[in-house]
Design a protein around this ligand. Sequence first.
Ligand code: ADP
Length: 429
Amino acid sequence: MKKKAIVFVIVLTSVSLVGIVFTQLFWVKKSLDLKSEQFDNSVRIAIKSVLNQFMDMKNDSVFQQKLLLISCRKPKLDVTDVIPPRLLDSLLTEEFICMGLGGSYYYGLYDRSIGRFVAGRYPDNEQQLLESPYQFSVASLFRPGDYYLSIFFSGKSGLVLRQMEGWLLLSVFFLIILIISFIWVAYTIFRQKRLSEMKTDFINNLTHEFKTPIATSSLAAEMLLRPEISDEKDKVKKYAGVILDENLRLQNHVEQVLQVALLEKGQQQYKFRRANIHQLVSSAIDSFSLIIKEKNVDISISLDADRYIAVADRAHILNVFHNLIDNAIKYSHGRPVIQISTWNTKNHIVIRVSDKGIGISPQHQKDIFKNLFRVPMGNIHDARGFGLGLYYVKTVVNHHNGRIEVKSELGKGSSFDIYLPFNEEKLKV
Ligand code: ADP
């Protein structure tokens, strides 16, 4: 898939996801409003029922008799004679339970003419009661006066939310799964795309690296086949040498690719023996003697480690040093300036290969150890390679329980430190 198409699909899906989230929020809000309205209606029905029961009681002849007796004792009936607080309390509780309105509530009988509560249960909640939306006139039960029954539910929003809790949690859960899956799919698509680009680059490089030696050795073979050449021993020797060199180059490439293929499968064999790390560093440097001369490399070596014997696989560690020195030369402009040094820490011998080459930007430093990764070239450098070297280095160093650290600044140079433990315990296994 083209990058533009992928970006388009991902943007479209992101917009749809945001749309779904907002639609969901809208419906949740609507449901909450509906539930809140339902709650209000239930409160109204419960209060109406309580007031009706008081009305029935007021019309009852026995109660009227009782009121008559009370009115004989005092000059004027109170609202609490018609609506006894205890009865009001128990009727309200009964009705609220019956309507499924759990949670704590306060209520009070308020006399608007004097601006005061005259009965009820409202510890320090007078203000809330006054602002409550549930205010009911009791004028039909008691006159004169301007009395109101006012109720306040302290946990109304909690109650409404609790009623929808299950559905809310379920939709949040599904939304989270949807968002995580989407992020994962988008990430995987981009990773696969990058991997496929890296593989294409690798194949292109491989083809190029194979084509040049094949073409050169074919040409040399053609020259050898010319009849007039057979008498010129020097030329025969020269062309045979070219074929041999190119063959060795091909062999090296094949070896490199095969080695990494084995690493990938975890089938690389390691032979751990005591090794003189200084000797291995020197051997690696020696193998570059021709290139060092050819490119006039400024190389300085200070092997200062006192403990330089470590248990290691000699062939692999030699390859590791070889790869680092090769990169140091390859990624330098003009005359390469290279420093190789060693020293000890408590448990390691540290080998540093540093150069004053093109350097690596911080954004790419974490990727250079990945298989097939090459810093995108632009026009920074034209060095050929497969992106296998540092991956191999890191895998081998990890197998030796060591670590590799890179310090680099773009345009100023790079420095690779290998921390190799002495690994004596590997011999005991
Ligand atoms: P290759 O050199 O074959 O491309 P490597 O795995 O050895 O593969 O290196 C990966 C990338 O890291 C290289 O493509 C290069 O961009 C960068 N790199 C490695 N060593 C150096 C160095 N000494 N200086 C600058 N860049 C480097």
